[in-house]
Design a protein. Sequence first.
Length: 244
Amino acid sequence: MQRKVFRFSGTDARNFLQNLITNDVKRLDTGPVYSALLTPQGKFIADFFLMAEGNNILMDVDAYASATLIPRLNMYKLRADVTISETDLIVSCGLTDAPEGAFTDPRDANLGWRYYGSEDRNTDTIDWDALRVEHKIPEMGRELDAESYILEMGFEDLNGVDFRKGCYVGQEVTARMKHKTELRKGLVRLIADADILENADVISNGKVIGRTHTSAGKRALAYLRYDRVDGNISVNGIPVTWQK
């Protein structure tokens, strides 16, 4: 897991983020926040964690994604009093024996704790892919990409979007998907009696209705067209069942 932590400082830091991201920055008063930045068309750019640090805000983001995310955020700054600087903080995650100052993962408590510090406290023995599959947690570069809509990827269940906070980039499309349409496709968990291949077609009645992503043995995450499920479904000839 390659992560970077950035610090947002300045008198406008909170309002700046509040006007851009999918979640309510006011939630930082009670704990960490999981959120995302979208395009004006409502498509995914990057997801991240935010945490209050006094008057500043820390952003924990995928290292690869930061190369796109941070320049875009700087583009939005205009004359706002906001400084975005990279820190040397290391992101550590674990399931037990949380260090002092760690916080529970805001997406799902089953994902354990996250900690920012100068030491690497990650536990190499944890099968994070299996844990993500078990709790249907998408990851950037695996399930989440530039074509993703966050509601199809389960962000509402992951505490990653707030429908009462007001405007943000991509809010109109996201709100319309929430209130005026019924989702016909999205992230699901597949279960089989044999190992499920990654990046394989999901077939129903001879037609491709989706594709697998992260696999953890006999379980996997897949992006599926619900409205095209016609009877039994399979992956590489192996029968599978699916769960929203």
